[in-house]
Design a protein around this ligand. Structure first.
Ligand code: URA
Length: 198
């Protein structure tokens, strides 16, 4: 199974009612061999229209932060916990998360990234709990690096604020950008370790 197979499954999904309200399914995009994956909450208005993740205001900010650190968004993989937009951007319900989560977990299993950056509380609580970690809230856990063994390798999970929250409260931007840098520093360190073996 590859990412296209999952996308095909998503495009006929009726596991919850959100498909009735959406314009497009938003499965995810980027490099299928990415070593880092960014996981948001759910598509917003612009994402629903375009069928692509993080292309609205919050997405432009995320893209800009990545490029400030020398990364093109096509280098990474970007997706969400929910693949359909909740009406009026309301919070995802626990039932919707439960129904949609298997798609995210399959995407992660195929990519097998070294680092997963969880954008916001819904993404952080969903992913951390999936890896057996108790999420204590975004302000307490953001910026922490959780190391887990999965898919036969070591994975780093980093919860941080959602880019939309940063746009609403600019005082969070230093934390957010520091957390993205932490994630990229881990990648650089891991690359060095790998090269040392060669
Ligand atoms: N917010 C999200 O959580 N995901 C998107 O794709 C866009 C905005």
């Amino acid at each position: 199974m590859n990412l296209e197979d999952i996308e095909r499954e998503i495009r006929s999904c009726k596991r919850c009612d959100l498909w009735k309200f959406k314009t497009n399914y938003v499965s995810g995009e980027g490099n299928p061999n990415a070593r880092i994956v960014f996981v948001g909450e759910a598509p917003g208005r612009e994402e629903d229209i375009q069928g692509r993740p993080f292309v609205g205001r919050a997405g432009r900010y995320l893209t800009e932060v990545l490029s400030r650190f020398g990364l093109d968004r096509r280098d990474v993989y970007i997706t969400n916990v929910l693949k359909c937009r909740p009406p009026n951007n309301r919070d995802p319900t626990p039932e919707e998360i439960k129904a949609c989560k298997p798609y995210l977990m399959k995407q992660l299993e195929i990519i097998k990234p070294d680092v997963i950056v969880c954008l916001g509380r819904f993404s952080s609580s969903t992913i951390l709990s999936e890896f057996g970690i108790d999420f204590k809230g975004i302000s307490r856990d953001r910026g922490k690096v959780f190391e887990v063994e999965k898919w036969g390798k070591r994975i780093h999970l980093i919860p941080t604020y959602h880019p939309a929250a940063v746009l609403r409260n600019r005082s969070l931007s230093d934390y957010f950008e520091r957390d993205v840098k932490t994630a990229l520093d881990i990648l650089k360190r891991r690359r060095k370790t790998l090269l040392d073996f060669i």
